[in-house]
Design a protein around this ligand. Structure first.
Ligand SMILES: [Zn+2]
Length: 307
């Protein structure tokens, strides 16, 4: 858990406390390799969200029929996994997103324990690359003293995403139920801003890591294509947000997306490409550690986890 300055890290009871909450602390889902990259997903725990946060803007009759086929209770809280991608490559230790930290939800914030279980110290992390600025991806960047948790790492974020959350007007213009998210993002980016590096669409931000603009879930959301030779793995963050409606009905608006039309277009484009190229993908909130591939099913798609 993201408790204190690093001198206090590793002390006492954090794993036991997480275990009592039912968090799969220290669970590294899957290692896959891509050339000389070792790619691991680490559990930060899971979210607990009201179903309407996802389902409210969808066509309700069609949604009810579809959820019945999947055995999903329309009224029950959603509890998607949070899977942070770790890439070890040529001496670099790269995290894609920083997890929730301690200030967001009791059910999330387990990333430090997952790293510990893997034998990775926060000081070993050389790069933290953000998909976007939502709480479950950004808030773990600082410890409880507001010091960078990954204290040796370079931190990198898409320019458009940083500009949106760092803008003092965002807290006034964002939907009311998202104000705490905007306040939390701005506070953290104010601390990190001077040492943050920025990038844009198509840039090779690190050797074998190319950024891809996938705006829509958030205003400057980025995905990342990991490349080795002719093989690739796509880290999609929240551009493909869940394993049910996002695949089966990619054109349905998802409540959690900030620009629902743009997000749907991005989602359809990614799903098409991933299915066509049979490229391995990693989704932050997809099940079984989030690593899998996309299978085309007529006009729709399905997620096929790696395990
Ligand atoms: Zn998320």
């Amino acid at each position: 858990m993201n408790i204190t300055r690093r001198t206090l890290l590793g002390s006492a009871g954090a794993s036991a406390a997480l275990g009592a909450l039912g968090i799969r602390a220290g669970w590294a889902a899957t290692d896959i390799s891509l050339g000389d990259m070792v790619i691991t997903t680490l559990s930060d725990g899971y979210l607990t969200q009201p179903a309407d946060f996802m389902f409210a803007p969808m066509p309700q009759d069609a949604l009810a029929a579809y959820l019945a086929t999947r055995g999903i209770d329309r009224g029950a809280a959603l509890t998607p996994e949070c899977n942070v991608t770790l890439v070890r490559h040529e001496g670099r230790v790269i995290l894609f997103d920083a997890g929730s930290g301690t200030g967001f939800l009791d059910t999330a914030g387990a990333l430090p324990d997952a790293l510990d279980a893997l034998g990775v110290d926060p000081g070993d992390v050389t790069h933290v690359v953000f998909t976007h600025g939502h709480a479950d991806h950004l808030w773990g960047v600082l410890d409880d003293f507001d010091d960078p948790f990954f204290y040796n790492a370079k931190h990198m974020m898409g320019q458009a995403e940083f500009d949106y959350w760092a803008d003092p007007d965002t807290v006034n213009s964002i939907a009311e139920d998202r104000v705490p998210m905007a306040v939390g993002a701005k506070r953290r980016l104010d601390v990190m801003g001077d040492q943050m590096q920025f990038f844009g669409d198509g840039e090779e931000i690190l050797p074998g890591v190319a950024a891809r603009a996938t705006f829509g879930h958030s205003p400057g959301h980025m995905s990342f294509e990991l490349r080795s030779g002719s093989s690739s793995v796509m880290v999609v963050g929240d551009a493909i947000l869940n394993d049910h409606v996002a695949f089966a009905h990619p054109d349905w608006p998802i409540g959690a997306d900030s620009d629902r039309e743009a997000a749907a277009n991005v989602r359809k484009g990614l799903l098409d490409q991933l299915a066509q190229e049979q490229m391995t993908m990693i989704g932050f909130h997809l099940p079984n550690g989030g690593i899998g591939r996309v299978e085309r099913q007529g006009d729709a798609f399905a997620f096929v986890p790696n395990q």
